[in-house]
Design a protein around this ligand. Sequence first.
Ligand code: IMP
Length: 191
Amino acid sequence: MEIVFATNNQHKLTEVRAILGKEYTVLSLHDIHCTVEIDETSETFEGNAWLKADYIHKNFGLPCFSDDSGLEVEMLNNAPGVYSARYAGEQGSHTKNMDKLLTALQFHSNRKARFRTVVCYLNKASEINYFNGVIHGVITREKKGSGGFGYDPVFLPDGYNITFAEMTPEAKNKISHRAMAVNELSRFLRL
Ligand code: IMP
């Protein structure tokens, strides 16, 4: 079965193809010649994931799923949330985002945080389903590790003594919020 994953992120494609297995041909936006930049204008993960999946479904008529993820920090009322990529501004970087976060939390002992992913799937009949993945942890006081991306160097998952950035990609992909949500999708597709 052919299914579009509304992304061109090679890292995500590799991870998702491994989870969904050989029964599914996972096509990227590039594979279906979609060059439109779909704006993430919603204030929720669900809304942003739906915007992308719905655009592809409407314009290409193919079953499609899309994901939206971010970091929610308890002490910051779940910020940066959907703004995780742009926390330090549109021209920001992963380093600037982490520095802003460490500064915001510098005088706080509550460092609880979670990564959240929502996957939105639209099938051929336009039925919409959502799948969630969450991993809880704490924000460290300094960056550790050089792997991964985004906030990985400052995220210590509960039950581990190394950050996401200190884990191998395989180890992170086993427990990550994104893997969890895509595993849920995989189970649903096989029902
Ligand atoms: P996206 O929706 O998966 O593109 O994620 C949006 C933003 O959330 C990223 O640019 C990162 O800042 C942050 N983020 C999402 N997932 C992760 C992760 O696994 N590790 C670190 N940061 C993440």
